[in-house]
Design a binder for this molecule. Structure first.
Ligand code: SAH
Length: 346
């Protein structure tokens, strides 16, 4: 058991086992909420701090950080206690700050355009590690005009969140808890490549969290060629699950659609996509593909993305082109981690 993963009761029991007065547990709990390690819990006696340090902390440290000169986006590389590295991004918008968090070190889904999955999934992240990313960012970028720096979370970093289901749901419960970071579930989005049975569980377990689905194609032929997961859960099943989410929650599903030059970006593709989505409470988020060196797929210009948006809108599908954040700092999934790992390997 790790400090950062413990519930309040588990903290009380663990601290209590060291034979100290009860109020110490509340002090430890308050520090852990801020992601502080036992050695830095300054209002505890030194020998207690040492005793508490015998239990592993289970959090992250900032290993590297890049700040975009263009838009102030901050890309973090976190180091976990086992030495693994994982990315997170802080993006500044007019309505607040969004943090993009990873849910796994690497990924097993094998999408052909993505850098995160090139070497498979090393391991899934624990809830306390994901909470620790937030705490580290809050400490690194203290809020100026509001209570917290982070107002919104998107689980769109490396990893497939629904492939780490229990940990992610526990994280969502804790991060939305009034006694924790207290971030509104409505300000949180989870993105999945389409693990259909888990989407149904997610509707039951976290109905207030926004569901994003990486669609990227309108046909099984193209989707299977770029997303192996489509062979297990074809597009019809993904759309049925998406529709169930929309019906049950009354909220729109967001479909992510990475525009890949010559693969899924023609006017005919837009029409066929609109046909598929007709009548569904949904929104399409268009992302010009960020070409990954190892992948050999092409992006499209922003101008072309706006044209594609127009084609969807002509067919009454609501769509936007995602703002490009941190293009100068390897904002795309898995790219910074890969480069640092390659540098370290020499
Ligand atoms: N595994 C989840 C979470 C990743 S979210 C999922 O698949 O949804 C990251 C989003 O960025 C996904 O929509 C993913 O398909 C997309 N993406 C990955 N690599 C990309 C690239 N090189 N350019 C543009 N989008 C990319």
């Amino acid at each position: 058991m790790y400090w950062m993963d413990m519930t309040e009761q588990e903290i009380a029991d663990t601290v209590g086992a060291f034979g100290v007065p009860k109020f110490r547990a509340a002090q430890v709990r308050d520090w852990l909420k801020k992601g502080v390690r036992p050695e830095d819990m300054t209002n505890l006696p030194k020998n207690l701090r040492e005793q508490l340090s015998s239990v592993p902390f289970g959090g992250a440290r900032i290993f590297d950080k890049r700040i975009s000169e263009k838009d102030g986006t901050v890309k973090y590389l976190f180091e976990l206690e086992d030495g693994n590295l994982v990315e997170g991004v802080l993006m500044r918008y007019s309505y607040g700050n969004t943090v993009c968090l990873s849910t796994q070190v690497g990924c097993n889904m094998g999408c052909k355009f993505c850098a995160s999955t090139l070497e498979g999934c090393v391991r899934s992240l624990r809830p306390g590690e994901m909470l620790s990313f937030l705490a580290e960012i809050e400490r690194d970028e203290p809020p100026t005009d509001r209570e917290r720096t982070v107002t919104n979370i998107v689980l769109m970093g490396s990893g497939e969140p629904l492939d780490n289901y229990d940990n992610v749901v526990t994280f969502l419960k804790r991060v939305t808890s009034p006694s924790g970071p207290n971030i509104s579930a409505r300000n949180i989005s989870l993105s999945t490549c389409g693990l259909v049975p888990k989407i149904y569980s997610f509707i039951d377990d976290a109905p207030h969290v926004t569901l994003s689905i990486s669609l990227h194609a309108h046909s099984n032929e193209v989707r299977s060629s770029i997303m192996p997961v489509n062979k297990a859960y074809p597009i019809e099943q993904v759309l049925e699950a998406a529709n169930t989410y929309a019906q049950r929650t009354g909220r729109r599903v967001v479909f992510e659609y990475a525009l890949i030059g010559g693969v899924n970006d023609s006017e005919a593709d837009a029409k066929a996509l609109a046909q598929r989505l007709k009548g569904m409470l949904c929104h399409v988020n268009l992302i010009p593909l960020n070409p990954v060196k190892e992948r050999g797929l092409n992006g499209v210009t922003r101008q072309h993305a706006y044209r594609f948006q127009g084609w969807l809108e002509e067919n009454r599908i609501s769509a936007t082109v995602r703002r490009e954040m941190g293009a100068d700092i390897e904002g795309a999934c898995g790219q910074l981690r890969r480069r640092v790992l390659n540098e370290m390997r020499g």
